[in-house]
Design a protein around this ligand. Sequence first.
Ligand code: HEM
Length: 508
Amino acid sequence: MSPEVALASVSGLALVLGLWLLREYQYGKKYRLPPQVPGVPLFGNSFQIPALQQGPWAKDLAAKYGEMFTCKFGANTWVFLNSSRVVNDLLERRAAIYASRPPFPMTQGIMSGESRIVLMPYNERWRMLRKIMHQILSSRQQDIFKPFQDLESKNLCWDYLQTPDRWWSANARYANSVIMSVVFGRRSMLDDPDVIELFETLELFLENQQPGVNIVDAFPILDKLPKVLQWWRPRGQRIFEQTVNVYKRELDRMEEKMANGTQRECFGTDFIKTEEVKNMTEVQKLFVFGTLMEAGSDTSRVTLGQIIAGAATYPDWVSRARAQLDEVCGNNAERLPQWEDREKLNYISAVVKEGFRWRPNIAEIGAPTMLTRDDEYEGYRFPAGTVFTWNAWAIALNPGEYEEPERFWPERFLNGQEENALKGHWAFGPGRRVCVGWKVGEMNVWIAIARLLYCFDFEEIPGKPIDTMSIPQLTKHTAPFDVKVTPRSVKHEELIRRDCAYAAEVRY
Ligand code: HEM
């Protein structure tokens, strides 16, 4: 580092320190926040929070502090909401003022060219993009997704039969191929290098998104330093370029096929002709496609893994799921579960909901939203700019919320609300930022898990027990845990050969 850069960095930090002290003073006088977890000056709790898998850490704090506690991550004040009651009161009922996002100069500004919808403030741009996403992903579009989910879940069973030790890659391919088929009109195959790179860039984004990882996200004022002094910028820029290249490769491929007349009709072919796109920059357009690919792939893959871990570690419920599956589809592998069976397979719908609740490791400490004006609640006074999150792990594993919370127990959701996928857990988030792809995600998991449970056994491997409390979300293309996958019987194997083999041959 040159002396000029060093001097400027020191001045920058001194400025931050001064502003921080001033703000602490003003805060103390005017506002009242829930109990604060002790931290260090300036950086607060940034060095305590684990870089990944923060759920157990935040759950322990909830056990100590009760329904709400406050953490400081640099200049940002986070209030963790640790019960469904307070999440409902604030993030649901007062959603209009609790739905924005705090600034993320690194992950949103540099790494995403200000264009990732999930990190956008609650404004007109977000509303426009949310509308576009909703048009593709809402429950009204079920019939568009169903045939792709049918084909891809047959391919999934085929992959499990052929390469059972690659079950996690098969899950990733499955989830990715459904969304690729709808958005780009193309399938993805096992070990597709483009898919592997998509997951790599997504994991880079998620790693960088954790609180405390990037100094400029902790102290957004540092974004005001001249660009040449921002030592984090070149790294962010490199990730941005790599990410955009992954998205662009897909778009280029589609446009090439459109030009030579071989492209299938799909969301992408319609979307690039719309008025909305004409008003977007190239980067904004690429991030619409990129967000769909990323958010659509990773989440279903992770949830399928969770349910498999639940089947291997709490096998009692699997026999009850099988009893219903066998009653509907035959107890001698007569046929695969179909969409038309859904009404009769309410136990499977309960399994899917339990899979979302059990170990919510897609957003272990929720997703941060920012309060847009001062607010009061039960004796507290929150300033505008406070960040709020639902403490997902703490709520999901609280015996006050769920009986025997550590157990995978689908019966807890056999309550007449099986088809209401959003009710009874917070896996898709609360309020106005609730996951816009929840219906697609839920359907992805439903048909895949119905078929996998009907056809395969999942067992722990002796000597390699699954630690269900620390299943990683970010796996760098490796298995999140070890599990033995075998077909249920010779008859089930024959069923897969008969009904699923063709799926691996279909090309578009
Ligand atoms: C399968 C299970 C899925 C889970 C558990 C899940 C979970 C989540 C969560 C926790 C959020 C943040 C909510 C918040 O900030 O309060 C979110 C946002 C989002 N999800 Fe999902 N998701 C899933 C599937 C999908 C799919 C299939 C898509 C698209 C194809 C998708 C697209 C999005 C988008 C675009 C957002 C950002 C919404 C916004 O900020 O307005 N998700 N999701």
